[in-house]
Design a protein around this ligand. Structure first.
Ligand code: UDX
Length: 449
């Protein structure tokens, strides 16, 4: 099938590439000429495991093309995906400028019937606006063309995006058009083997499904962070509590890890946007507001622990930070808890020696050159003469350091484990003080016992 994808960000590039891998002829369009040129040369703008190989192979096979030219791309597509960004506007609601600009472009160049598929995360009702925008432009051109607008939200996770796209656990299709459903069933058939993963629904329900999924996941995290804060105060260890509740299949083990707060391009933006959507509909979503508030507070938790340990005296201290990306296996630092921590440490007069396996360049772009930041090439280098080690992102490479060696490198032996990846007893056995998230005095009691 001939497929066109507008937007070469995470969602667009991964979707286009996976559709090409399944044998479709895919044209990816972006207004950013520099990005299109780099993609054409085989340079991938994001770090995403497995993506580069797939882009190169499909590009070489002639199934995946990159262009800034909308007109021929629109003529090419039996199916046209809109996968452009919907950044938060001033008030937290999703900014639809890019989505509606693509809709206008489609209206200007559409010459025959086509199926327009919205993959971007957009407020409920956007498909109707896209449809109206295209229809308006077509009317201005004085022509009538039969087209459908479908909602088909994407659920991919950064760091595992190719896998999520190739082996989706569901394919949500929101449409009232039998023709569009038939075409999309055919397009998704290779991704839909063994058992049927397609979930058909109306357009607005599909749009809300995406927000509901992300808001539910964000809620689980904020709930666990709240439990962690309670655990700390009552002398319990949240890690034991996590095991205790996760074994109930109604709760499950997934996505109940307390930590330094959720970040990334989706959860913070989508929880806020859903809150706005609810308010616009006359409903005050107090749970969503609480989810956001708990997360905001959680992003300061590591800093609070550090201040507490050093008696609020951080001036002139050097803090080693392991992990800058908002989660492992990505170089993405959007809304990353590390950003809040670094700003707070600098404000308090501390220097930072940071290491991240992939996000160094991203950090350089965000923070620029500054005297109080050293971006290290090696994890060990960050430790040299530091007053503390703070783990903010749980990269695999950080999971089992030699604590004895670590103790000799640090000037003062203390670890702040923002992801609870270490066994407090093993750390303390090496003579290092340990702070985790929600790991109350029960740890000390087990040790004493
Ligand atoms: C998320 C959704 O998982 C995905 O389905 C959707 O399409 C886009 O948003 P992503 O933003 O890539 O994907 O990251 P995810 O793996 O979901 O993690 C989000 C944040 O939550 C990270 O900062 C992570 O560290 C944090 N998190 C996750 C926790 O703090 N605890 C957990 O138990 C799980």
């Amino acid at each position: 099938m001939n497929v066109t994808v507008f937007g070469t960000g995470y969602v667009g590039l991964v979707t286009g590439t996976c559709l090409a891998e399944m044998g479709n002829a895919v044209v990816c369009v972006d207004v950013d000429a520099g990005k299109i040129e780099r993609l054409g040369r085989g340079e991938i703008p994001i770090y995403e495991p497995g993506l580069e190989e797939l882009v190169l192979a499909n590009h070489a096979a002639g199934r995946l093309a990159f262009t800034t030219e909308a007109a021929p791309a629109i003529a090419h597509g039996d199916v046209i995906f809109i996968a452009v960004g919907t950044p938060p506007g001033e008030d937290g609601s999703a900014d639809l400028t890019h989505v509606l600009a693509v809709a206008r472009t489609i209206g200007q160049h559409l010459g025959a019937g086509s199926i327009i598929v919205n993959k971007s995360t957009v407020p409920v009702g956007t498909a109707d606006r896209v449809r109206a925008t295209i229809a308006d432009v077509l009317a201005g051109r004085g022509i009538a063309i039969d087209f459908d607008v479908v909602s088909n939200p994407e659920f991919l996770k950064e760091g595992d995006a190719v896998n999520d796209c190739m082996r989706p656990d569901r394919i949500v299709i929101g449409s009232d058009s039998a023709k569009a459903i038939t075409v999309l069933r055919r397009l998704y058939a290779p991704f839909n083997r063994n058992h049927d993963r397609i979930v058909l629904m109306d357009v607005r329900s599909a749009e809300l499904t995406k927000y509901a999924a992300n808001a539910m996941l964000a809620t689980k995290i904020s709930f666990m962070n709240e439990m962690a804060n309670i655990a700390e105060r009552v002398g319990a260890d949240i890690e034991q509590v996590r095991h205790g509740i996760g074994s109930d299949p109604r709760i499950g083990y997934h996505f109940i890890y307390p930590g330094a707060g959720y970040g990334g391009s989706c959860f913070p933006k989508d929880v806020q946007a859903l809150h706005r959507i609810a308010r616009a509909g006359g409903y005050e979503a107090s749970l969503l507001q609480a989810v956001e508030q708990v997360n905001e507070a959680q992003k300061s938790r590591l800093f609070e622990l550090i201040c507490q340990h050093f008696g609020n005296d951080l001036g002139g201290r050097t803090i080693a930070v392991w992990g800058l990306a908002f989660k492992p296996n990505t170089d993405d630092m959007r809304e990353a808890p590390s950003r809040r921590l670094l700003e707070q440490l600098w404000q308090a007069g501390a220097r930072v020696q940071a290491f991240d396996p992939e996000a160094r360049e991203e950090a350089r772009q965000i923070f620029g050159e500054r005297a109080d930041l050293v971006l290290c090439e090696q994890a060990q280098q960050a430790l040299q003469d530091a007053d503390a080690l703070v783990v903010v992102t749980e990269w695999k490479a950080f999971r089992s350091p030699d604590f004895k060696v670590l103790a000799t490198r640090l000037k003062s032996a203390v670890i702040f484990d923002g992801r609870n990846i270490y066994d407090p007893l093993a750390v303390e056995a090496a003579g290092i003080a340990y702070y985790g998230i929600g790991r109350g005095r029960s740890v000390a009691r087990v040790q004493a016992g």
